[in-house]
Design a protein around this ligand. Sequence first.
Ligand code: GLU
Length: 459
Amino acid sequence: MTIAPLTTGSSDGLDEKVLAVYDTILRRNPGELEFHQASHEVLETLGPVVAKHPEYVEAKLLERICEPERQIIFRVPWADDSGEVHVNRGFRVEFNSALGPYKGGLRFHPSVNLGIVKFLGFEQVFKNAVTGMPIGGGKGGADFDPRGRSDREIMRFCQSFMTELHRHLGEHTDVPAGDIGVGQRELGYLFGQYKRITNRYESGVLTGKGLTWGGARVRREATGYGCAYFVQEMLAARGSSLEGSDVVVSGAGNVAIYAVEKIAQLGGRVVAVSDSSGYVHDAAGIDLDLLKEVKEIERERIEVYAQRRGRGATFVADGSVWDVPCRVALPCATQNELTERDALRLIEGGVVAVGEGANMPCTPEAVRAFRAAGVLFAPGKAANAGGVATSALEMQQNASRDSWTFEHSEQRLQEIVQEMHAACCATAEEYGAPGDYVVGANITGFVRVADAMLAHGLI
Ligand code: GLU
């Protein structure tokens, strides 16, 4: 998988009133390229909003929304199985609590730094608002590499991480969940340590928990399912569907696996998946059970899938999964994984819809290419919001000490996705950009947060 080199965004395309806000972001957050990119992408769409709402400008809402409420950076020391001591850096950026407690995942990956956590936290604020659920936005993580670590090492790392982070959390304050490198195993160790330190069984302090200790049905599936549902909604609005479509999904983690599952249930066929070592092309359609066995249970490389699948499936080392032609593309791996070159290849191959299952997987140039070519483009703030929306449903179940069935939970998820799609369409229409989901999601999220902040006064 090739990741584009990052450059700080130019001020092109920014309305005069938001230009100064972006300049301040560049000056105040030097070197945080992903944060510059994410904030530019939102600010770029806010020209018509500031023109319509002088009260936002007067209250300096843009400046306030782009500045996190609180940023926490801490040392995470731990010892590996041989006794060697390691020191990692932990983060939690509590970005905005206008709509509810800070909500967003934790990422454990060697690439994690303040700029990455801030871009993710910023996206989360708007995404969470788009869901319509009562949750603010935040994100955290560590530059820890879980690859090759034993269960005991993972546990010790999680315990050390939570020993520091616990003082900042609470079901009414800040509620983390998983992200890349943080799944149910890690959440279990984190929850155990939180419970031990606080002496409280505070179920609603984390989401993505196991079903036997406060977790909610469909949370595991929700991000991938939500992405597939959102694309289905976009197609349905144009009298089309996923039926018979070849679909390419990048990644092979939690989001990708359940996107593959739902696409198949909705009548599509996923013909390729990938991980950081390369991609697998399986023209007959990805065998979901095998994919789960290799990636979820054995935590193996994707090449093992091709080896076991036998004839028909090919593994391409270090290749771009976007070289496989398809009608629908779902980037579900990581930020900036789909470049302009990839977008042009996909367009050439006949892509009609793209749904971002990951956070900011398409570079700004790729997004521009899709929009210029009239490809239906669902940004992550809508297309992957099913995950965090279901986290809010988990919090709801924890608060009422209830546990819903799979069917009811999935139905709620589907309703939320339909509502998000309708809200994005209505907002895009209202602001003169019908059919533009980037404008729709950004402005829907922004206005909801901005109105709550106005109501709360200057804080
Ligand atoms: N990390 C996920 C996201 O990017 C989930 C966050 C959550 O459930 O709080 O939205």
